[in-house]
Design a protein around this ligand. Structure first.
Ligand code: NAD
Length: 417
């Protein structure tokens, strides 16, 4: 679906709504609508069979007025410069909404990692990092995991930057393994933040999570953690899916069991027998109280938004809802907790990891989780208050906060020279 929808147009449309409400000066709006730097790289990798394959990758920095830029690296066959730029823009607003001192960035490589061996993946990562090395660094632009990348990939990023510098630079990337300066709680942070905002939203809506049914699209890092923690918070997870398709049982699914048996293997969850097999399109329209899209962009569109049964949508993925779908859902009275708030837990704990790396002083997991929960609750409350004050939807309220913080920083700094 995402191939047909230009997510950069979507991101710019969202910015325009906030810019109008904030009565931003046209020049300032123009600055914020463009990424400050975009790099396209083409680089060769020698495959295990001796053949050379050329890959295309990108690194985009959207805005650095509030600090170094920060954003994940995505490995997926459908990435392009435009999508990477949209994701970088969303990172800028996200860091500002939760008030951490970063601007937004994103990186990606057009690749289907399932076609590569581990050795090829390592070589691809090391060469991609070398190609974008003029942009990234612990004080300039700090990558993290996203779709198709994980802690091992981040370890290779860290090692490659360190080899080039001649000394170990743990703060140049986050989402690393614990033994290389990673933070406790980082792997689960995005899913944990999603569930904290789900709990806060449920309180506002007087929804009893103990009786709530939850569906999660995507069973990767974010989706599987969100499903597990939603179950721990008392809800019943009735549907989950991955790139191959989904499973649904209105009486509930054994999420922890599914995770330990099938996660990390696309199609694996469909081996579970005590559930109905459904497609990725169907799963979004099945009966539930809470829907957590945690896969890819542009999943809720004008075509399917009218058929969504959930009363609450918590966006684990980036950009899963198109602006047209937003209008339809808002008219139906569905509360959408937007990506730039709901999935900010990952970048919050990435920020904690970076701070710990720079200080060489590491925190215990409950300290990380407590600090994360406090920031997520506080940010949710601010956005919810903004929603009521401006009589608008939650995405616009979050954008107003995020865009205003970035605009204020830009004005304070002034336009150089
Ligand atoms: P991941 O690679 O660990 O998992 C992605 C999951 O989505 C997999 O289960 C995959 O099978 C599934 N998927 C892929 N294509 C699909 C499709 N067409 N339909 C349904 N499922 C599909 O990635 P992740 O890190 O969990 O990221 C998921 C989403 O969350 C992305 O939008 C990402 O940008 C966003 N996000 C991730 C983080 C993070 O910390 N990892 C932080 C913020 C936002």
């Amino acid at each position: 679906m995402s191939q047909h929808i230009n997510v950069l147009d979507m991101a710019r449309e969202q910015l325009a709504v906030a810019a109008n409400l904030l009565e931003l000066d046209k020049g300032l709006h123009d600055v914020l609508a463009q990424p400050m730097r975009q790099m396209i790289v083409h680089f060769p990798v020698v495959l295990d069979n001796g053949e050379v394959q050329v890959f295309e990758g990108y690194r985009v920095q959207h805005n650095a007025s509030r600090g170094p830029t920060k954003g994940g690296i995505r490995y997926h066959p459908d990435v392009d410069l435009s999508e990477t730029s949209a994701l970088a823009m969303w990172m800028t607003w996200k860091c500002a909404v939760v008030n951490i001192p970063y601007g937004g960035a994103k990186g990606s490589v057009k690749v289907d990692t399932k076609q590569l061996t581990k050795r090829e993946l390592e070589k691809l990562t090391r060469r991609y990092v070398t190609e974008i090395s003029t942009m990234i660094g612990e004080r300039s632009d700090i990558p993290a995991p996203d779709i198709g990348t994980n802690a091992q990939v981040m370890a290779w990023v860290m090692d490659t930057v360190s080899m080039q510098k001649g000394y170990t630079v743990p703060g140049c990337v986050t989402g690393k393994p614990i033994e290389l300066g990673g933070s406790e709680g980082r792997t689960e942070a995005t899913g944990r933040g999603v569930v904290v905002t789900m709990e806060e939203a449920a309180k506002v809506m007087n929804m009893d999570l103990g009786k709530a049914k939850v569906i999660v699209q995507g069973f990767g890092n974010v989706g599987s953690t969100a499903a597990k923690l939603a179950e721990e918070s008392g809800a019943t997870v009735v549907g989950v899916s991955d790139a191959v398709g989904g499973i649904y049982n209105p009486n509930g699914l054994p999420v922890h069991d599914l995770f330990y048996r099938y996660s990390g293997r696309d199609g694996g969850i469909r081996e579970y027998k005590d559930a109905e097999q459904v497609t990725n399109a169907e799963i979004l329209e099945l009966p539930c109280d809470v829907l957590i899209p945690a896969a890819i962009a542009a999943q809720l569109t004008k075509e399917n938004a009218t058929k969504v049964k959930a009363k609450l949508i918590v966006e684990g993925a980036n950009g899963p809802t198109t602006p047209e779908a937003d209008h339809i859902l808002s008219d139906k009275g569905v509360l959408v907790v937007p990506d730039i708030l709901a999935n900010a837990g990952g970048v919050v704990v990435s920020y904690f990891e970076w701070v710990q790396d720079l200080q060489n002083f590491f925190w215990e997991e409950n300290e990380v989780n407590n600090k994360l929960t406090r920031i997520m609750r506080h940010s949710f409350a601010a956005v919810e208050a903004g929603m009521r004050a401006h009589k608008t939807d939650m995405r616009t309220a979050a954008l107003i906060i995020g865009v205003k913080r970035v605009a204020d920083a830009t004005i304070r700094r002034g336009i150089f020279p």
